[in-house]
Ligand binder design. Structure first.
Ligand code: A3P
Length: 283
């Protein structure tokens, strides 16, 4: 189903799951000595939390600040740290990275607080449904026979990036060690312009109101859907035959989760994260 990577040095968990064939334990371990530049920025998410959306926002902010995106797709402009194929040594500064890494596998140099981390979270009920549709379209991982089956995989962390609950706990409880901005997908839906402004101030970009409006326009669901750099439709259908820009809503889980499943998420959320001051908008 995926590589279950075990790490000698850094793992408080038994393993961390990555998409099949995309990386190796050696590559992940090599990140321990990854050299970070002060101008680097890292976008970190659990999958299906608004990664490509935030990529588009960050890239557009940098464009407005005089750093045009000369890559053919956003995935090249903000390559994944954990994939072996990432040619990040070729990137010119300011470098922008994406990652689904858990906090404990992040390059330790990021903790020196010079480079920046943007962490985006999404409520787990919408996250599960989005992840289910994504996995159905993904040809390199096992296809779930039903939503029920996928729900079990998700709740037990048998998906790429392992458990949502562990990912959130690691980053949220470790946040003080980083120069970090934590955002939620729901905030982005409810107040995109407000989030763009927060990002500008965190990234140290002083944009005019008109430039901010342009970033907002470029990051809207429909604009992104029609932008080949941003819509991730360049994957060959034999690898991925689905849509990254699917519905883009809060509360769509109500059409899929049963009452029992929803209550189980609530229970596990309380058990695993109840002691943290986390608040999500669920619908
Ligand atoms: P849905 O499947 O619920 O529609 P990721 O980029 O982490 O894989 O997350 C994908 C999710 O983000 C999808 O959710 C997708 O529709 C949503 N998304 C991407 N761009 C968006 C945008 N501009 N506005 C709202 N949602 C967006």
């Amino acid at each position: 189903l995926f590589n279950q990577l075990k790490f000698k040095h850094r793992s408080p968990y038994k393993n961390f799951n990555f998409a099949l064939g995309r990386t190796t334990p050696e590559h992940i371990d090599s990140l321990e000595s990854f050299e970070v530049k002060d101008s680097d920025a890292f976008l970190v998410t659990y999958p299906k939390s608004g990664t490509i959306w935030t990529q588009q926002i960050i890239i557009s902010i940098y464009e407005q600040d005089g750093h045009p995106n000369e890559c053919s797709t956003n995935i090249e402009r903000m390559p994944w740290l954990e994939y072996e194929t990432a040619e990040y040594t070729l990137l010119s500064s300011p470098r922008l990275f994406s990652s689904h890494l858990p906090e404990y596998l992040m390059p330790p140099a990021v903790k020196e607080k010079k480079s920046k981390v943007v962490y985006v979270m999404r409520n787990p009920k919408d996250n599960i449904v989005s992840y289910y549709h994504f996995t159905k379209g993904h040809k390199n991982t096992e296809t779930p026979k039903s939503f029920e089956q996928f729900f079990e995989w998700y709740m037990t962390g048998r998906v790429t990036a392992s458990s949502w609950f562990d990912h959130i706990r690691g980053w949220y409880s470790g946040r003080d060690q980083y120069n970090i901005l934590i955002l939620t997908y729901e905030d982005m839906i409810m107040d995109l312009k407000g989030v763009v402004k927060k990002l500008c101030s965190f990234l140290g970009k002083n944009l005019t109101e008109a430039a901010i409006d342009q970033v907002v326009e470029k990051s809207k669901f429909d604009t992104m859907k029609n932008n080949p750099k941003a819509n991730y439709q360049h994957f060959p259908p034999e690898w991925f035959n689905g849509k990254f820009l699917r519905k883009g809503q809060i509360g769509d889980w109500k059409n899929t989760l049963t009452v029992a499943q929803s209550e189980r998420v609530d229970r596990v959320f309380q058990e695993k994260l109840g002691d943290l001051s986390l608040k999500f908008i669920w619908e």
